[in-house]
Design a protein around this ligand. Sequence first.
Ligand SMILES: Nc1nc2c(c(=O)[nH]1)N[C@H]1C(S)=C(S)[C@@H](COP(=O)(O)OP(=O)(O)OC[C@H]3O[C@@H](n4cnc5c(=O)[nH]c(N)nc54)[C@H](O)[C@@H]3O)O[C@H]1N2
Ligand SMILES: Nc1nc2c(c(=O)[nH]1)N[C@H]1C(S)=C(S)[C@@H](COP(=O)(O)OP(=O)(O)OC[C@H]3O[C@@H](n4cnc5c(=O)[nH]c(N)nc54)[C@H](O)[C@@H]3O)O[C@H]1N2
Ligand SMILES: [Mo]
Length: 748
Amino acid sequence: MGKIDVYPTVAWSAGAGCHGGCGQKLFVEDGKMVKIEGDENHPFNQGRSCPRVLALTQYMYHEDRITQPMKRVGERGSGKFEPISWDDAFDYCETEMSKIKDQYGPESIVFAQGTGRDIGGPISFLAYSFGSPNWVQLGLSGQSCYTPRLGAMKAVQGDFGVSDCSQFLEDRYDDPEWEVPEVIIVWGQHPPNGCPDAFFGHWIVDCMKRGTKIISMDPRNTWMTGRAEHHLKLRPGTDGAMALGMLNVILGEGLEDKKFCDKWVHGMDELRERAAEYPVERVAQITGVPAEEIAEAARFFANAKRGSIHWGVPIDMCPDGTSVAHGIICLWAITGNIDIPGGQVIARPSHEVSSYPYSTEALVDLYGEELVKTLTEKRIGADAYKMVKNFRGWAQPDMVIDQIMTGEPYPIKGAWIQTANVLGGQAARANFHYEALKKLEFVAVVDLFHNPTTMALADIVLPSSTFPEKDSFRSWWAPLSIIKKRVQVGDCKTDWEINFELAKRFNPEGTQRWGSPMDYFNERLAPSGKTFEDMEEAGGWLMPEDGPAKPYRRHERGLLRQDGEPGFNTRSGKIEVYCTAYEDWDLDPLPFYTEPPQSPISTPELHKKYPLIMITGARSQLYFHSELRGIPWLREKEPDPYVEVHPETAKEYDVYDGEWIYLKNDLGKVKRKVMITERVKPTEIQTLHGWWMPEQEGAEPNLFGVWDYQINQLVPGPQESQSGFGGGQYKTTLVTLEKFEQGAAANG
Ligand SMILES: Nc1nc2c(c(=O)[nH]1)N[C@H]1C(S)=C(S)[C@@H](COP(=O)(O)OP(=O)(O)OC[C@H]3O[C@@H](n4cnc5c(=O)[nH]c(N)nc54)[C@H](O)[C@@H]3O)O[C@H]1N2
Ligand SMILES: Nc1nc2c(c(=O)[nH]1)N[C@H]1C(S)=C(S)[C@@H](COP(=O)(O)OP(=O)(O)OC[C@H]3O[C@@H](n4cnc5c(=O)[nH]c(N)nc54)[C@H](O)[C@@H]3O)O[C@H]1N2
Ligand SMILES: [Mo]
């Protein structure tokens, strides 16, 4: 046995999936990772880890891992690929992409990513170097993952905000400045299972141990809801009405923080009028939660000295998700719970360093106003939606796929897909995406494994790396951390390395001031006064120092605005519950409620035919979206795609626990295994998304069984939100349940 070295790093991106940022210890022997453990010295996770990280060695050294560039040699979809050198791979991509650029213009290639991780930096770098404005989370209907909430926060309060679990303070729970929130509303998030958006789920549990009481807003029963003071089991997709009902109670009973509102809130009268349209009785009818429970929860929150709201992706997935988020922001704003200990803490990245641009301002900062402006003019969706144009440099996903299909107003001929399994999990209307993407002349996919997307579409697959194999850095809120390469697997390259090499070849003006990824890292890290190397010497991470990135009461101290005046970073300097930015973007400046496009109320006929409301994608600890189904330790614990069915419903449909059945609607049918449980209501079912079977045949038509198991075949689109953000019917699709013998085989 050789010597085992232990190195600290941070988990971000491939391996565990995750947006996290957990400190990890890598155990390396003779250049090979042999074990991984949570780093007890890291303030983010304080030694804790998740099953996905613990199984990392099985992932890194998996026999299916792609470790060389693979060029397609048979028909598309035939599964025939041959290894080629990196030089040949880059030449091939350059040639094919240049052909499309010369004939149709650079905007004719879309640059598609999946969820956050650390892909935003490298992929926008390549897109902007190539000259395409069409950077997109392809298939994510309504761009419904955090973008609606981020956009609403930026517009309404000028800054992002998160539940204060002491994460911005070096000594965490022991820091004398921190106070434990009296109450946290956990709204459409399940902390033990998913750590979304730079938030370590267990922080909520840490707060509970220190006295925090919970209000749970979740249609299902979960570990969390069982420990909540109030559990409001609302009908999926009705969160907008719930927020307005709670505002109605708080304002109606005078429970708002009047001093704070007088000084810091813009538009109280208008909000009062709007909330008056949502008396609890009306909201009870919409949400299915008894009026008195809603009123009690609203009082419980408003009467607490310190409260915050920790929220999740179902809010984005409501129709008009930006407006739902707006309503929820109003709740923490009018109760004066912002920028105080134990409240909603303003989230700025540590040392104001951001690794990738997540707002238009950040894009301009990186690539210059001229380039961003020129590209935005052609960005798909920017004309149709002012919020899409002005908030974030991403194209509108529903419009992108429609445009690929129609070629209007200009043709899309190629796709660069990196860190996304579009067909296997991300896209609603999965079959439509398949059909449209098949039309493309060139598709490159950068991934670590084959999956339905690589198999069906890729002309070339470029192998990327896991976090122990890469240099990168992470700055999403706190701490600012570096990710340091410790091992190499095969010929894999990091996303940064791949995109830099190609970007150099396309090289338009303005994006090539960096010679190497490390130059870019160091430029981005500069506001911290440290280089990548300095950071490494300093232990790998930095917590925020006094200034805009460190709580509390920054609005009073003039730390949030460019002009240095006290106030919030909005036009009026106040939190705009009546939102003037929304007014500019032709949106309702006040929160409102939209009924889901398919529901017992909006489509009663369809509901008769398909009486079950299907919630999809409540996160599993063991998987990350469509990833990790081939990892033995994880698959053993959750071997099959289950559907949660209430005992009464099981009785009604005459199905038993463990029975394979179809979930079905007008769009198709999908196989599931029944799990009888009181986790769900009789009117609802829940099933995990992203299922395909890596052990099955990959070549078409089977595509790893994706058409048997991919639930997004039943999820319709496109979204119908005012802002272009929000919606996507991932949590509100109507279906029925069918026994195998009643129907023919599943799709395809
Ligand atoms: N029905 C339903 N569908 C959903 C959802 C739902 O709740 N219900 N949720 C939606 C949401 S919120 C999201 S964000 C999307 C997520 O959709 P995706 O982000 O597309 O989901 P993943 O399955 O994680 O696919 C990522 C792919 O990238 C690869 N990968 C992982 N890390 C890296 C890396 O560092 N570099 C490279 N090059 N490749 C990497 C993985 O192997 C995998 O094939 O799914 C959406 N789909
Ligand atoms: N292990 C693991 N962690 C992950 C991921 C993963 O795939 N695996 N994915 C990551 C990504 S990209 C994301 S976006 C996040 C998502 O994670 P979360 O934001 O937590 O979202 P979900 O898991 O979809 O749903 C959370 C809870 O909301 C409830 N819910 C469903 N519909 C509704 C509704 O309409 N209203 C309300 N109020 N509640 C509802 C569900 O029952 C569930 O218990 O997790 C991230 N973290
Ligand atoms: Mo997401």
